[in-house]
Design a protein. Structure first.
Length: 232
């Protein structure tokens, strides 16, 4: 499999139209890999369209469902593992979604260097790896710096969604958010009844719920009058 994108799920790109997609074999779809060569924000997102960002998209179930349900929003997914980013890109291709794009990217770098301040309507982080062991903590996608960037990139009134099935980690991240930002929250998010076997927000939510594990869901909101872009 090549690192070069065969298909970029870009809003205004001609290859993104459902008709054009059908000529490319789904197995040959790969996500654009920007780990070494960062793009600009303007080349990725359609001007004038509300943007939602997902950090750690895995196999892309959230991007698929959200982009299908909200055709007037643009969804940008960031996934570090090429294997999963490709699976997510194939999923978006299969569903003919032109308002979602998944990149193979380190979300920490991407947030720091690509995403402009006050540019996104929502940031979604579902089931990030908790990396509890000391020597692995540096791999965490949610750390003090990335939380500051999530605060910075959200528009006033924007939402930060954070879900996990690890209670200690839930409490740890919520405390970091409270300590470092002026987000309102965490607000409680009720569990939605699944109407069919794939009716979950993400694959990890599906797995947790099918194993009867609790899921901890936090919604943080950037106050509407909050114009500051660099921290609380
Ligand atoms: C436990 S999985 C959860 C996947 C998906 N959100 C879900 O709920 O099904 C965490 C994902 O985050 C990705 N990830 C870890 N560090 C990342 C980073 N720095 N940037 C982007 N993705 C990252 C991993 O490769 C993995 O696919």
């Amino acid at each position: 499999m090549t690192d070069q994108p065969l298909f970029a799920h870009r809003h205004s790109h001609s290859a993104a139209s459902p008709g054009a997609e059908s000529t490319v074999s789904p197995a040959r779809i790969v996500a654009r890999d920007v780990r070494r060569n960062l793009p600009t924000w303007e080349e990725l997102v359609p001007a004038g369209t509300p943007v939602e960002l997902e950090v750690g998209s895995g196999k892309g179930l959230f991007l698929q469902q959200a982009a299908g349900a909200n055709p007037h929003h643009f969804y940008l997914g960031l996934e570090l593992a090429a294997k999963f980013a490709n699976r997510a890109a194939q999923r978006l291709h299969r569903h003919g979604l032109s308002n979602a794009l998944v990149l193979c990217a380190d979300a920490r770098v991407f947030l720091n260097q690509v995403v402009p301040s006050a540019s996104v309507h929502a940031v979604h982080v579902y089931f990030p790896d908790p990396w509890w062991r000391n020597k692995h903590k540096k791999r965490r996608v949610l750390n003090e710096e990335s939380i500051q960037h999530i605060w910075r990139v959200l528009l006033p009134g924007g939402n930060f969604h954070f879900w996990t099935d690890v209670l200690d980690y839930y409490e740890h991240v919520c405390q970091m958010v409270i300590d470092q930002t002026a987000f309102a929250g965490p607000h409680f998010v009720p569990q939605r009844h699944a109407l069919h076997s794939m009716d979950y927000t993400t694959h990890f939510e599906r797995r947790a719920r099918q194993q009867n594990q609790p899921v901890y869901r936090a919604l943080f909101v950037k106050p509407a009058g909050e114009e500051t872009t660099d921290g609380a």
